[in-house]
Write a protein that binds this ligand. Sequence first.
Ligand code: QAP
Ligand code: CO
Length: 167
Amino acid sequence: MALLKVLLFPDPRLRTVAEPVAQFDDSLKRITNDMLETMYDGSGIGLAATQVNVHKRIIVLDISEDKDNPLILINPKLKKIVDSEKVSYSEGCLSVPGFYEELSRPSSVEIAAFNLEGEEMNIITDDLLSVVIQHEMDHLDGKMMVDFISNIKREMIRKKLNKAKGI
Ligand code: QAP
Ligand code: CO
């Protein structure tokens, strides 16, 4: 297992659209293990491969209290919005450390995805799980939570993160 470097906003590589996973092999297992380790190390609840500069459609998450219930989703697809009523969370992102934004998203979505064995599964998610999966699926399309806030707030975050990085 290894800790991976997490790309920070406004790194342009975070805008890459990820490619579908074609091979369910040992290298996929290695990257998902490393992603989980990186997510737990950063006290995260979700991480997309895009954030560790791997441009494949892979997300890992764990919203359990004890951080002992990892979920790995390969090639996730939104099947339907089960409940379009919005739910609001203060969202964070390991690529935007120290910043949280209140965002609203559909409260329940149905997702199709593959597991590490290449078996397809369908999951109906609600509440925080629905929100985290939508947040992580955005990353795979090069989208980020900062895209949903005002330009002035986004600029402020960009400047502060660049300053922290010494750019
Ligand atoms: C997405 O984000 C999410 O700023 C996952 O200093 C989070 O795991 C969706 C993190 C909350 C909905 C609600 C952020 C860790 C982790 C930080 C994360 C930080 C340390 C973010
Ligand atoms: Co994120």
